[in-house]
Write a protein that binds this ligand. Structure first.
Ligand code: DC
Length: 209
């Protein structure tokens, strides 16, 4: 079984994808960490991440071991990830890895921006998470505070709007809901309620294979 979970930053897709993977005994891939790893490698090399040649070279160096690095969670890396993600060559390099991951074993839960539309258009279940940008910025702000940071809410909100715009407006694989995806607005839902709603939807869905 393949489950695609897409949505904008801080919509709750990572938490939901991890819980679904545990529940169904499937592998889980946070595909955003791939783009973050490309960004991190480009920044570490002192390259211009908007330069397609440099970004594609960084994408070719990414290995699965890169993906657990805590430094990928940095806000600068997140912003740069959405810059490299707009480069078609970068997306092409990462596509094969994601598709292969999805097919391995019993299947997988993949979360990202284009899983239901491009990476796994035949996924058995497609979920598309949304939430207002203010609610998502507040979540991210609270996470940063909990980590002991000195974040300013207005700044977090502004960064999130910037990243949303880049992810939605790029030409290649922009963030949008697949026509057959179930949309779940998590603005007023906590993680338990989102998980319960997703399970209800999956229970009503006929597997494709
Ligand atoms: O989900 P995240 O915040 O870790 O993603 C970081 C960036 O990577 C995001 O701004 C856009 C990009 N991304 C993408 O273009 N396609 C994906 N499937 C996942 C992430």
């Amino acid at each position: 079984m393949i489950i695609a979970v897409d949505g904008p930053a801080a919509s709750g897709k990572g938490t939901l994808a991890r819980r679904l993977a545990r529940h169904f005994g499937l592998n889980h891939l946070d595909t955003g960490s791939l783009y973050r790893a490309v960004a991190f490698r480009a920044l570490a090399a002192g390259a211009d991440p908007a330069d397609p040649d440099a970004a594609v070279a960084a994408a070719r160096q990414v290995t699965p071991r890169d993906l657990d690095d805590q430094r990928l969670r940095d806000e600068k890396v997140a912003q740069t990830a959405s810059v490299v993600a707009a480069i078609p060559g970068v997306r092409a390099v990462l596509l094969a890895f994601q598709r292969e991951f999805a097919r391995r074993g019993k299947g997988a839960v993949l979360d990202g921006r284009d899983i239901g539309t491009v990476v796994c258009p035949d996924a058995d279940v497609k979920l598309f998470l949304t939430a207002t940008v203010e609610a998502r910025a507040l979540r991210r702000f609270k996470e940063l505070q909990a980590e002991g940071g000195t974040a300013i809410y207005e700044r977090v909100l502004q960064d999130m709007k910037l990243r949303d715009a880049r992810d939605r407006e790029r030409r290649t694989a922009p963030l949008h809901r697949a026509s057959d995806a179930f949309e779940l607005d998590t603005t007023a839902l906590d993680a338990d309620a989102a998980f319960a709603a997703a399970l209800r939807f999956i229970g009503e869905t006929k597997p494709r294979r």
